[in-house]
Every structure is written in C-alpha cells, then in structure tokens.
Design a protein around this ligand. Structure first.
Ligand SMILES: [Zn+2]
Length: 293
C-alpha cells in the first residue's frame, strides 16, 4: 500500500542504516546498525491502534504492593521537590498521581484514553487528553514520569525532548520500560506474539540505547537499574502450560509479591537478585532516573 508510513531512520540516533531482523518481518522489526536499537518501522494507523488498546483493563483496582512502591519512589523524588510539580505521562487511571497528590504534590497527568482521563478526574487528578507533544503546560515540572510508556511510541525521542523542555533546570525524568536484553527473554526465547506485540509495542530498549537517547537529548544519569525476573512467566512458557491464563499468572505473581514483601529473608533475597540483575543488566524492566543538566 502506497499510503503506508515507514520509518526510514533510527528513532534513537537518526542513523539511516537500518536493517530488517530476519524472522520478525510480521512485526516489522528493524535494527539500527549504528546503535543497535530495535524498533518496528511501520507506523500503525489510528484504526489499528484502537484494537489492542480497547482491551486495556479500566478496572480501578490497584495492588497494595504497587501503592507501596509508589510511596517509596515518591519518597526518593523528595530531593527534586522545589516548585512542587509532578507530571505523569501515560498516567492510566491516575493511581500514581493520586498517591503524589496525597503527599502534597501539585500533579498533572497525560493520557490518550478518554475513560482513563475521566477516572483521573474522579480522583481529583487533573489530566490532559492526548499526548505530551500537544500538551501546553502552564508551569515547569520538578519531576516527569513515564511508566511503561516509551515502548509504545513511534517517535520516543520527540516525547523525551518535550519532557526536557517542560522540566525545570535540574528537574528529574523517571522512565520504566521492558528490557530487550533480559534474562527471561534469553531463557524462554522471544516469541513474536508475546514480547514483540505490534502495534502495541514498537520500541525495544536496552540500558545502552535508553542511555544513549537520554544523553543525546541532554539528560545526565542519576541511576539506571534493570530489575525483576518473572519466574511464573518463565515456568509457564517452559512447561508450555496453556492451562493458566494471564489472569491466573497475575494472581500468582501478586501472591508471591505479597509473601516476599512480608518476610525479612524474602526481602533480602529479592534485593540480592535485583542487585545481580542490575549489575548484569539482565532484569526484565529498565528503571532510569536522569536529570536535566
Ligand atoms: Zn540508532
């Protein structure tokens, strides 16, 4: 089709030497020859994008352990609190911002989904319907967060550049995204319909490519971790156990997180494993905190 749009250069380093990855043509996977970044080069149409996103759960339940993690993270963000403003890009139902609001922050969210925007408003969390690119801010921000967002973007660098402009001098950006080079991926292999889920996920970062993009925009590293290894997912993949649906796996995982967080030995083991995963850069999730220079 002549009206289809394809990226001609790498979204991270702008190099035009990009090559298709053999075996992954179905998800239009390409690799940049200069920086090694992997991405789907075909821009999905708005109609195509509606299909996977319509399946997103708009249940307002949130795990107590996730809430605890939000508290810990916001505790860490205190050192960046100057003008008292925080912006969450792709804020979903607004749970993170609600916790921030309760801690006294002036919060703002950005979300593409109308229902989610309404759910934020029901929590007294103001929210812009759309993208950061069309967001007109009335203030600068101390902290901008992107939780599991950048892997969905065809032009991630433009979004990060906009965040850079919205941050105050020495303000912080916090990003989480799946790690292409994770241990789980090496163990179970990366199946097209699992890890590479086009058009939902289109960018596949590693600690190296994420660092490269952030520093090219002008950010300075505070820390970059890779944490987590999903033993339930690995077990079910290896056993080819089709009996357990994703809901059951999620429940198992949540029970496991509960046990770990209420047991001293469990907490210690959890920290030890995450430390090793960070050293080896093999954790499932990249967590990056950078500041505007
Ligand atoms: Zn590149």
């Amino acid at each position: 089709m002549s009206d289809e749009l394809y990226l001609k250069s790498c979204p991270v380093c702008d190099c035009n030497k990009v090559a298709p990855v053999r075996g992954y043509e179905e998800v239009y996977l390409h690799r940049c020859e200069r920086c090694g970044f992997h991405f789907s080069n075909r821009i999905a149409t708005p109609e195509e994008l509606k299909i996977p996103y319509a399946k997103y759960s708009r249940s307002d339940w949130i795990s107590p352990i996730t809430l605890l993690r939000y508290q810990e993270l916001l505790g860490y963000f205190e050192k960046y609190r100057r003008i008292n403003t925080i912006l969450d890009v792709g804020c979903g139902n607004g749970h993170f911002l609600k916790v921030a609001l309760e801690r006294g922050w002036k919060v703002y969210g950005i979300e593409y989904d109308e229902k989610a925007v309404q759910m934020c408003k029901n929590k007294d969390v103001p929210c812009h319907l759309g993208s950061i690119l069309d967001f007109e801010a009335e203030t600068q921000y101390d902290v901008i967060t992107f939780f599991e967002v950048i892997e969905h973007l065809f032009y991630p660098k433009e979004h990060i550049q906009k965040a850079y402009r919205l941050l105050r001098h020495k303000g912080a950006i916090y990003i989480t995204t799946p790690n292409l080079h994770s241990l789980s991926g090496y163990i179970v292999g990366k199946e097209i319909h699992d890890f590479f889920c086009y058009p939902e996920h289109v960018c596949y970062f590693t600690p190296y490519t994420l660092h490269r993009m952030l520093t090219e925009v002008g950010f300075h590293k505070v820390y970059m971790k890779t944490t987590g290894i999903d033993i339930f997912y690995i077990r079910n993949r290896l056993a080819k156990n089709k009996g357990l649906d994703s809901q059951s796996i999620r429940k198992e995982r949540e029970n496991f997180r509960h046990i770990i967080s209420h047991n001293q030995l469990g907490k210690l083991a959890y920290r030890g494993i995450n430390w090793i995963l960070t050293i080896t850069r093999l954790g499932d999730t990249i967590k990056a905190l950078y500041v505007k220079k």
